[in-house]
Ligand binder design. Structure first.
Ligand SMILES: C[S@@+](CC[C@H](N)C(=O)[O-])C[C@H]1O[C@@H](n2cnc3c(N)ncnc32)[C@H](O)[C@@H]1O
Length: 256
C-alpha cells in the first residue's frame, strides 16, 4: 500500500515511454578544454597516470569537462579496485547503464586488457526523456560513438542470455524505495533474481564488480549474496578524488 499511487503512476508512465519512443536523435555535446581542471598536484598526477596507461586522447578530446571527470572517476575506481587478467577476446556487460555517461571510462579500462573487446550496456528504461527531449538511449549513442565493439541494449537484463567475462553493476536497486523514486514499476524490483541471473551469466573465472550506494544498501547486497549462497570478496569503501559523491560508495567482487 505504501507505494500504491506512485507505483500506479510509474506503471502508466513506463508503458507510455516504452511504447512511444520519443526522440530528437543525434544528441551531441561539444568538447570543452580541460585547462585548470584539477586543483591539486595529486589529482593532476593521477590524471596523467591514467591518461598514459589507458591512452585517453579520444576521451579527453571528446568530452565536456564534467563528463571527463565522470569517466576518470570510473576508470580510477576500476584501476584501483578490480583485479583483471588479459584475455584476447573479452566480453563485458554493464547492467542498468542509464544514459551510459561513463561508457568511455569502462571502455578504455577493459580495452587495455584485451585485443577484441565487446562492451555492452543494458538499460530497461532506455526511452526515458530528459528535459531537452533526448532519450537516455540517444545520449548513450553519443557516448559510445566511434567506440568499436560497444553496444547499448534497450531491454531487460533478465531477458539477456549471453555469457560475460566481466559484469559491472553500478548502483543496483537493492531496496524498494530508490526503484520507485527512479520511476520504475515495482514489478521490476527483483534484486535476488537479478543477482542470480548475473551470477549465471558469467563465463568461467568471470567477475561481477558491484558498487552500492550507502552502507545500508551495501549490507543488503551482502545479505542477498548470502541468501543465494554466492561468495564474494569485500572491498568496502571505494572512492576516487575525481568525484566525491555525497553518499559513500561500497563494493564487492563476485567470482564464479
Ligand atoms: C540507480 S540506477 C544506476 C544507473 C547507472 N548505473 C549509474 O551509475 O548512474 C539503476 C539503473 O538500472 C536500471 N535497471 C533496473 N532494472 C533493470 C533491468 N532488469 N534491466 C536493465 N536495467 C535495469 C534502471 O532503469 C536504472 O537506470
Amino acid at each position: 500500500m505504501k507505494y500504491f499511487f506512485q507505483n500506479l503512476k510509474n506503471n502508466i508512465d513506463f508503458f507510455l515511454r516504452k511504447n512511444l519512443d520519443f526522440s530528437r536523435k543525434n544528441y551531441f555535446v561539444m568538447n570543452e578544454h580541460k585547462d585548470n581542471l584539477f586543483n591539486s598536484k595529486n589529482l593532476k598526477e593521477r590524471e596523467q597516470f591514467l591518461f598514459q596507461k589507458y591512452e585517453l586522447e579520444f576521451l579527453k578530446l571528446n568530452s565536456s569537462r564534467e563528463n571527463y571527470l565522470e569517466n576518470l572517476y570510473i576508470l580510477d575506481v576500476l584501476d584501483k579496485y578490480l583485479e583483471i587478467d588479459f584475455k584476447v577476446n573479452l566480453n563485458v556487460l554493464d547492467i542498468g547503464c542509464k544514459n551510459w555517461f561513463y561508457a568511455k571510462g569502462e571502455y578504455f579500462f577493459f580495452k587495455k586488457f584485451s585485443e577484441n573487446l565487446t562492451l555492452k550496456g543494458i538499460e530497461i528504461d532506455a526511452n526515458r526523456l530528459y528535459t531537452n527531449f533526448y532519450t537516455r538511449k540517444e545520449v548513450a549513442q553519443f557516448h559510445i560513438k566511434n567506440l568499436f565493439g560497444a553496444e547499448y541494449i534497450a531491454g531487460d537484463f533478465l531477458a539477456q542470455k549471453e555469457k560475460f567475462d566481466y559484469i559491472v553493476w553500478i548502483l543496483p536497486f537493492i531496496t524498494k524505495s530508490p526503484l520507485v523514486k527512479w520511476g520504475l514499476p515495482l514489478k521490476y524490483f527483483q534484486p535476488e533474481k537479478m543477482l542470480k541471473h548475473a551470477y549465471e551469466s558469467l563465463n568461467p573465472n568471470g567477475k561481477i564488480f558491484i558498487i552500492n550506494q550507502g552502507a545500508e544498501e551495501y549490507e543488503e547486497q551482502k545479505k542477498l549474496c548470502g541468501n543465494l549462497g554466492i561468495s564474494y570478496q569485500v572491498l568496502d569503501k571505494v572512492d576516487s578524488e575525481f568525484i566525491q559523491y555525497e553518499n559513500k560508495r561500497y563494493s564487492i567482487v563476485i567470482t564464479n
